[in-house]
Design a protein around this ligand. Structure first.
Ligand SMILES: NC(=O)c1ccc[n+]([C@@H]2O[C@H](COP(=O)([O-])OP(=O)(O)OC[C@H]3O[C@@H](n4cnc5c(N)ncnc54)[C@H](O)[C@@H]3O)[C@@H](O)[C@H]2O)c1
Length: 442
């Protein structure tokens, strides 16, 4: 990883960055970008912040910031101003203004709207291109609704989104060793130029759509919050049960295949099976008996139920009458039907008068025993009459296919060949779009 050193000439970076808003994010970004060798102009309405920064003084406490700020200012790579006119020579404007909560919890866009209109006011005298990159946290659609229209199609302007992931208290370290670099936009060249600002940090950037770049920061922060709440709830229950909470969570984190991994982190179908629902129920029941509130864990099953219901409603909305459902077990490569969400799906489709046939490569009713057999016969007593023994049988009968289980490449190709419209409830897109399948695996 390369950082700025005295030996590097400031002129080597030809990119001129304007950082608008010199708060926690903007000031750290401005100082660290200058430290990487870029020419940076910081702009803020707050005169005292600008005064401090111009004198190499950090306007707030952040470990390691002041020496970088001081060095960047004294080398001439970083200047600060209260005037939007200072954006004149910039190639990239990094917008880092605040987006605080409104009283109702909604995202406040006043600072963003104002700074964007100030940038727009400089356009009549502008002769060189400008990339406006939104680094503030904004909701998906903000760039399309509020930023792009403000520039009224001016050909000199491109808009990108470059969310920030730094944490206060370790912000300089987080800038220099980013966990994630994300840039989104529709203009590939502009996206590449913004990503190149961080190339010296040696972290491959994720180049994504504009709306994904806006969404990712919310997804990350929600994930962090859920992780903390999860650890605290497991910790609280463990402590009540006389179990060492630290030992439980440290052991949980030892599993880097299923726990601290991307496993189970792709949007898909509802969960089911003989373990997750049962164990969640037992855990939350025990907590209740201990007068312990665990709202996050208690909400997991209702959340799963809502998720299943969304899929069922999307299928009920289809004009088709003869639905061929592929998959019956709670996931692929098993014949375990206990608490399979597909069984609930079938019950509701049948209850609403849809004709249904089902194919699951691993389900033969005569080969299912014990609690598994009892479960399915209790839920859908005439399931035997709905089951096909080959995929082709289902394809020949159905006018629409519902994919309720991950497909083998062969079955995917066979369904694609049929040309039947398909609703895939296990696909990560989750748009519940109805269209013929392509044979390429996802
Ligand atoms: N603080 C964090 O840890 C953090 C981390 C990642 C992302 N973010 C996001 O980054 C954004 C900025 O957060 P922050 O904590 O740095 O905010 P902040 O309130 O500390 O700083 C915002 C700055 O913008 C300035 N400003 C407002 N309007 C302006 C204008 N028209 N022209 C110039 N300057 C203007 C303000 O004077 C202020 O100095 C927010 O969207 C926040 O959600 C924050």
């Amino acid at each position: 990883m390369t950082y700025w050193t005295e030996a590097m000439e400031p002129e080597k970076s030809t990119v001129h960055v304007a950082v608008l808003g010199l708060g926690y994010v903007g000031c750290v970004s401005a100082a660290c970008l200058a430290n990487l060798g870029h020419r940076v102009t910081g702009i803020d309405r707050d005169e005292s912040k600008v005064h401090n920064i111009s004198n190499g003084v950090a306007p707030f406490f952040e470990p390691g910031l002041e020496p970088i700020l001081h060095e960047s200012v004294s080398s001439g790579r970083l200047t600060a101003s209260t005037s939007i006119g200072a954006i004149e020579n910039a190639d990239i404007a990094l917008v880092c203004v605040g987006t605080p909560s409104e009283k109702n919890g909604n995202l406040g866009l006043d600072q963003l709207r104002r700074v964007i209109s100030e940038i727009a006011s400089t356009l009549p005298s502008r002769t060189k291109p400008l990339i406006v990159a939104i680094r503030s946290t904004v909701f998906p659609g903000t760039c399309e609704e509020h930023v792009i229209p403000a520039f009224a199609g001016n050909p000199l302007i491109s808009v990108a989104c470059n969310p920030e992931f730094l944490r206060e208290g370790v912000a300089v370290k987080d800038f220099r060793e980013p966990s994630l670099v994300v840039v989104g936009g529709t203009n590939d060249q502009a996206v590449g130029q913004v990503a190149a600002l961080y190339s010296a940090l040696g972290v491959p950037p994720c180049l994504v759509s504009l709306r994904t770049a806006e969404m990712i920061k919310y997804a990350c922060n929600a994930f962090h919050a859920v992780k903390i709440a999860f650890a605290n709830e497991i910790g609280a229950l463990s402590a009540r049960l006389d179990v060492d909470p630290g030992e439980v969570m440290t052991t949980l984190c030892e599993d880097t295949k299923l726990n601290i991994a991307s496993t189970y982190l792709r949007p898909g179908f509802a969960f089911g099976g003989s373990c997750l629902p049962k164990d969640l129920r037992a855990l939350t029941y025990r907590a209740k008996r201990l007068d312990l509130q665990l709202p996050l864990l208690e909400s997991a099953l209702p959340s799963n139920q809502h998720h299943l219901q969304r899929a069922i409603e999307a299928i009920l909305d289809l004009p088709s009458r003869r639905l061929g459902v592929i998959g019956l077990a709670f996931k692929e490569n098993t014949d375990d039907l206990r608490e399979s969400p597909v069984v609930t799906l079938l019950e509701q489709l049948i209850g609403k008068g849809r004709q249904v046939r089902v194919y699951d490569p691993h389900i033969q009713l005569e080969a299912i025993y014990g609690s598994n057999r009892n479960f399915i016969l209790q839920q859908i007593p005439h399931i035997g009459r709905l089951l096909d023994t080959s995929l082709q049988q289902t394809l020949d009968w159905a006018d629409h296919i519902v994919i309720a289980q991950k497909l083998s490449p062969n079955h995917r190709a066979q369904i694609a060949q049929s040309g039947l419209p398909v609703t895939d409830v296990v696909s990560p897109s989750l748009a519940y779009a109805s269209a013929p399948l392509t044979s390429s695996a996802r």
